[in-house]
Write a protein that binds this ligand. Structure first.
Ligand SMILES: [Fe+2]
Ligand SMILES: [Fe+2]
Length: 329
């Protein structure tokens, strides 16, 4: 199985592996089928940017490091319900937030690494919730790298899940951090640290962020982690950057935006060449089949001869992103 951009889809050689759902959890397209070329523009219009497919190239690609589908769907559902409860001023199911925080924490804790499912695999309406889930996983991977204890990881998870909750209460983008903070601080089950993550997630360490232009030590490390995770996911989802370019963009602004410690831990925690990515190895096309402990040196399969190479064993081989598909067009 591999994940492709929807523009790469070829109905002659690829079958769909995961069903596509609409926001009411109805199956739009079932797994195991090919997609009629007339339908792909409609999917794109609904916000679907990526598809899970099986083809000749995808054989041997390991997806065991990927977040499992039930967790992905359940956590998105819980986020969607919670946003609705907040918006309609209904009864809040705070417990459901703790439950998914624990579930995501377990995913991160008990796996050597974790590959995210892009927000672009779900329709537009669900993307804000998929974003919250991905930001949380990215934050937790970084917190784990920094040696955070369970209590702090839980605070980080809750704050990251709800970093944009202010958007359920205001349409003013400039106010959502503060509105979110004021909402969260009133819920006694949530810690003040979690509320501050929402308050500070658009701040930067050089005092040029929003809403308060706080600086240095005032900018909590928890919030810096969530800020980096939020920026990274937005680069991928809103600006369509591939993961390695999103990571480069985060690293390029290190020390102006977040502390070196945070950026370094973040870059060591996130796999920028997930399995299925097309790459060039010393200029020869290959595909990533499996991750290694060293996240930036995966196992790859050479396209020309199907040979598998573990890049940790060949430190001189250079890995680069491949834009082959785009050059062929
Ligand atoms: Fe935000
Ligand atoms: Fe966000």
């Amino acid at each position: 199985m591999r994940l492709i951009e929807i523009s790469e889809y070829d109905y002659k050689s690829m079958t769909l592996v995961k069903p596509i759902y609409d926001s009411k959890k109805r199956i739009l397209l079932a797994a195991g089928r090919t997609i009629d070329p007339k339908i792909t523009p409609k999917l794109e219009a609904m916000g679907i940017k990526y598809l899970f497919i099986e083809d000749e190239v995808s054989k041997g690609i390991s997806i065991e490091d990927m977040l499992d589908m039930p967790t992905w769907k359940d956590t998105i559902d819980v986020m969607k319900s919670f946003y609705e409860q907040v918006k309609t001023k209904g009864k809040l199911d705070v417990r459901s937030i703790f439950q998914i925080a624990t579930r995501l924490l377990d995913e991160v804790k008990f796996r050597p690494t974790l590959v995210l499912i892009p927000s672009g695999t779900v329709t537009n309406e669900l993307q804000p919730f998929a974003h919250a889930v991905n930001v949380t996983l990215l934050s937790l991977l970084t917190g784990k790298r920094l040696g955070y204890n369970d209590f702090n990881m839980k605070e980080l998870a809750i704050g990251s899940l709800l970093h944009d909750i202010g958007k359920a209460l205001t349409d003013d983008q400039d106010k959502h951090s503060e509105v979110g903070f004021n909402f969260l601080r009133e819920i006694h089950q949530f810690s003040l640290v979690s509320a501050h993550i929402a308050y500070q997630h658009h701040e930067t360490i050089n005092g040029e962020g929003v809403p308060r232009q706080i600086k240095n030590n005032e900018f909590l490390e928890f919030a810096q982690i969530c800020g980096a995770a939020n920026k990274y996911d937005n680069f991928i989802t809103k600006q369509n950057l591939p993961p390695h370019e999103a990571m480069e963009a985060i690293m390029a602004t290190s020390d102006r935006t977040y502390s070196h410690r945070v950026v370094n831990a973040f870059s060591l925690s996130v796999a920028t060449y997930p399995p299925g990515t097309k790459v060039l190895i010393d200029k020869y096309p290959a595909i990533v089949t499996q991750l290694n402990k060293h996240l930036h040196r995966p196992v790859v399969k050479m396209i020309a001869n199907d040979q598998e190479i573990d890049l940790t064993e060949y430190p001189t081989y250079m890995i680069e992103p491949s834009n082959l598909e785009k050059q062929e067009v």
